[in-house]
Design a protein. Sequence first.
Length: 171
Amino acid sequence: MGTAEFAYNNKVHSSTKTLPFKANYRQDPRMGFEVRKKGKYKGAEKFVVKMKEIQEEAKAALGKAQEEMKKYVDRKRAEVDEYKVGDLVMLSTKDLKYQMTGRRTEKLMERFVDPYRIKKIISSNAVELELPSIVKIHSVVNVSRIQRYVGQIEGQRKEQPAPVIIEGEEE
């Protein structure tokens, strides 16, 4: 393990452009066979200036890498709806698949079910729902698992299609 740690600390890191050991301790890692000098080192001022320069470069490189990573992460990040206590929401069936086994095939199953009322706002990413006891999941869900309920337009009716009769038998 020590050899692996030494090898990692003695290699230039891609984001800091310097050795991790040198960035932390302001010196190159010792190999174990260098001769130690006694007394004060006359080039200490140069060394301190050089180390501060290296640390500033590493900090700038990390900042640039962080900005680049943030740019790629923000591509898929979307604004989250603001929910209030009492709002009606539809619950995703992703967590309900095993409870809905008696239904149609997964391919034809609804993506969101029943409007449920929001009981409590936990955080901007989580809400607590008023779920019936037959739903066997935790009542606190992530907002990615819910969708705002849009009721039917006035005058719109849900009509069940008439059964299809083939050769005198209902299908």
